[in-house]
Write a protein that binds this ligand. Structure first.
Ligand code: NAD
Length: 273
């Protein structure tokens, strides 16, 4: 069940659950977390050049002994690498660090000023068969519309901050209407919100013998989102994977909807320009 997936519009399958490795700076800690995750059944890992840990992730995966074709690897091009030639160079650097010759998903990390040129480079890499799927992150509707207006292929995924305090209703509906998969970053509110002890989530969880973290992650899945919760602790990595043996009712979903406070914990995508 851990290997349930969504199908992107080009037919590539993305596992619904992955492990995010943002802020994992300690090599040994990351290697151990990745090995635990693989053992639990995770096959999808989300990193980025700016996280500075692509090499550590590669080491963890190598030590876990899982064949490359069973893995789904995502990385992202950082703002200072944007532009047509720079993006292709940054992509090759990420491949080298990850010790692989293709990526499953490559994303534009933020809509920095050269995002259109960056996107053209991503399309070229995709068409050359070096990336199985391409997408963006932190794109607002107007950024997505800009790519459309340029007559360019549309992203297969948009990875955006999403949690019950920031459900992104408008962007979510736009992406659904346009066949773009919604991937949630900070799915648990980055540990900065009070969500993990919120009484509404505690109460819902008690009905299913689930923790607030599991209720939140299931809420994302009910909305059709990919989730990439981060933890370095094997017990939490396991907890965050036990999402496929229950579901939330419409009433549960309606109660969780009341937690929306339109609160971002991360950066504002419109401040990148
Ligand atoms: P998150 O919402 O996954 O929260 C992670 C924190 O929640 C952990 O540090 C831990 O403190 C806590 N936690 C995790 N599991 C728990 C559990 N079961 N019980 C209690 N506490 C728990 O936040 P995140 O790491 O920022 O986001 C997930 C991933 O999204 C990142 O690792 C990264 O891969 C990606 N991300 C992308 C962007 C972007 O701009 N594209 C930005 C931030 C994060």
């Amino acid at each position: 069940a851990l290997l349930e997936s969504y199908e992107l519009y080009n037919g590539v399958k993305i596992p619904k659950l992955g492990l995010g490795v943002f802020l994992m700076k300690d090599e040994e800690e990351l290697v151990e977390a990745v090995k635990s995750a693989v053992e639990i059944g995770y096959r999808h890992f989300d990193t980025a050049k700016i996280y500075g840990n692509e090499e550590y992730l590669a080491r963890g995966l190598k030590e876990s002994g899982i064949p490359r074709e069973e893995l789904f690897l995502t990385s992202k091009v950082w703002n200072y690498d944007q532009g047509f030639e720079q993006t292709k160079k940054a992509f090759q650097e990420s491949l080298d660090k990850l010790g692989t010759d293709y990526l499953d998903l490559y994303l534009i990390h933020w809509a920095a000023p050269k995002f259109v040129e960056t996107w053209k480079a991503m399309i070229e890499l995709y068409e050359a068969g070096k990336i199985r799927a391409i997408g963006v992150s932190n794109f607002q509707i107007h950024h997505l519309e800009e790519l459309k207006n340029q007559g360019l292929m549309q992203p297969m995924i948009n990875q955006i901050e999403t949690h019950p305090e920031f459900p992104q209703h408008e962007l979510h509906e736009y992406m659904k209407a346009n066949g773009i998969i919604h991937e949630a970053w900070g799915p648990l509110g980055q540990g900065k919100s009070g969500l993990l002890s919120n009484p509404v989530l505690v109460d819902i969880g008690q009905k299913y013998f689930k923790t607030p973290a599991q209720v939140i992650l299931r809420w994302h899945l009910e909305r059709g989102e990919v989730v990439i919760p981060k933890s370095v602790h094997a017990d939490r990595i396991k907890e965050n994977s036990e999402l496929f043996d229950f579901s939330l009712t419409d009433e549960d979903m309606a109660q969780i909807a009341t937690l929306n406070t339109e609160t971002r914990y991360g950066g504002d995508p419109d401040d990148q320009e």
